[in-house]
Design a binder for this molecule. Structure first.
Ligand code: UFG
Length: 331
C-alpha cells in the first residue's frame, strides 16, 4: 500500500518523500506546484499535479491508488504573509482540509499525519511549551492550522479518521547528501536568508527587532532538522497503524537560539562575515518559542539525530552553496 504525501514537492514534503522512499515505502505525491518544485519530488514517487481543494482530483488519486495513509503538508506557511493575506490562508489551509477529510471519509482512508505548527500556541505562558498548553494563535497562519487540528478531532469522532498532529517549531537544514533543500520564492525564513547573505546574493541580514523580552533582545526559536522531522512522520504513521488513538506532538530540539546566536553560528559554519543590521520588529512574532518534545520521544520513540544548530546550518549550507539558484539550475 502507498502513502499519499500532499505537498510532497515543498520543502518539508520533499524531504519526507525522500525519507519514505529510502525506507522502501511506495509513495504517491499530490502537489499543485504553487510553491513546490517538480525537481524536488523524488523520482521513485508517483506524482499527481493538482490541488487538494479539487475534490475530483482527490477522487482520481484515491480511485487509482491503494492509499493507506495521508501525510498532509499542502498548506501555506509564511507567518508575515498570513498577516496581510489572511483569507488566502483560510482558503487553502483550512478549506483544503475540509475537502481532503471528506474525500478520505468517502474512500475509507483512516489515517492522516498533519503538519501543524508552534504558531498554534500564540504567545506562550511558559517555556518550554507543552502539548497541553493553551492554543491561542496570534496570526492567521497559526489559526488556520489550529482550525485544521480541530476539524480532524471532529472527523475522528464522526468518521473514525485517526490523526497525528505534529506541531513543528523552526524547521531548517537540508538532506545531508545535498540533493534537495529549501527554496522558497520569495524567501522569508531566517536560516536561508542568512545563507543567501553569506553567498553574496543579499547585501546584509535585517534582524527584525532587538527589544524583545529575551536574553539578547532578539527572538528565540527552537530549530529542528528537516530529516529528523521526516523521521517523526514515519514514526507517526507507524503509531497510527498500530491502532493508537489520535494525538498531537511537539517537534523541536527543546533548546532555544536567538536570531543573533543563529547569525553567529552561520558565520562560524560558512566562514563568511555575513553583515547584519537591526531593523524594526516584524508583525506576528512572539518573543520566544521553545518546545517540550519529550512526549514525541517517549510515545513515538523519536530520537532526533541533529542536536547542534551548527550541524543543521551546515547541511543547509551544503545545499545553498551547491545550488546557488535553488531548483532553477537543475535539469
Ligand atoms: N528573521 C529576521 N530576519 C529575517 C528573517 C527572519 O530577523 O530576514 C527572524 C524573525 O523575525 C523571527 C526568526 O527570524 O524572529 C525566525 O523567523 P522565520 O521567518 O524563519 O520563522 P518563524 O519563526 O516566523 O516561523 C517558522 C515557520 C512557521 C512556524 C514557526 C514556529 O515558518 O511555519 O516557525 O516556530 F509556525
Amino acid at each position: 500500500m502507498a502513502i499519499l504525501v500532499a505537498g510532497g514537492a515543498g520543502y518539508i514534503g520533499s524531504h519526507m518523500v525522500k525519507d519514505l522512499v529510502e525506507n522502501g515505502q511506495e509513495v504517491v505525491v499530490a502537489d499543485n506546484l504553487s510553491t513546490g518544485h517538480r525537481d524536488a519530488i523524488n523520482p521513485k514517487a508517483k506524482f499527481y499535479e493538482g490541488d487538494i481543494r479539487d475534490r475530483k482530483f482527490l477522487d482520481k488519486i484515491f480511485d487509482n491508488e491503494d492509499i493507506e495513509a495521508v501525510v498532509h503538508f499542502a498548506a501555506f506557511s509564511i507567518v508575515p504573509e498570513s498577516m496581510s493575506k489572511p483569507l488566502k490562508y483560510f482558503d487553502n489551509n483550512t478549506g483544503g482540509m475540509i475537502t481532503l477529510l471528506e474525500a478520505m471519509r468517502d474512500h475509507n482512508i483512516k489515517y492522516i499525519v498533519f503538519s501543524s505548527t508552534a504558531a498554534t500556541y500564540g504567545v506562550p505562558e511558559h517555556m518550554p511549551i507543552k502539548e497541553t498548553d493553551p492554543q491561542n494563535p496570534i496570526n492567521p497562519y497559526g489559526l488556520s492550522k489550529l482550525m485544521m487540528e480541530k476539524m480532524m478531532r471532529w472527523a475522528d469522532k464522526a468518521y473514525g479518521i485517526k490523526f497525528v498532529a505534529l506541531r513543528y517549531f523552526n524547521v531548517a537544514g537540508a538532506a545531508p547528501d545535498g540533493t534537495i533543500g529549501e527554496d522558497h520564492g520569495p524567501e522569508t525564513h531566517l536560516v536561508p536568508i542568512i545563507l543567501q547573505v553569506a553567498q553574496g546574493k543579499r547585501d546584509e541580514l535585517s534582524i527584525f527587532g532587538d527589544d524583545y523580552n529575551t536574553p539578547d533582545g532578539t527572538n528565540v526559536r527552537d530549530y529542528v532538522h528537516v530529516m529528523d522531522l521526516a523521521d517523526a512522520h514515519i514514526l507517526a504513521i507507524k503509531y497510527l497503524e498500530a491502532g493508537n488513538e489520535s494525538n498531537a506532538f511537539n517537534l523541536g530540539s527543546s533548546t532555544g537560539f536567538s536570531n543573533k546566536q543563529m547569525l553567529e553560528a552561520a558565520r562560524k559554519v560558512t566562514g563568511e562575515p555575513i553583515p547584519a543590521k537591526i531593523a524594526p520588529r516584524r508583525p506576528g512574532d512572539p518573543d520566544s518559542l521553545v518546545a517540550a518534545s519529550d512526549k514525541a520521544r517517549k510515545i513515538l520513540g523519536w530520537n532526533p539525530k541533529y542536536d547542534d544548530v551548527h550541524d543543521i546550518i551546515a547541511t543547509a549550507w551544503k545545499w545553498h552553496s551547491t545550488h546557488p539558484k535553488g531548483y532553477e539550475d537543475r535539469d
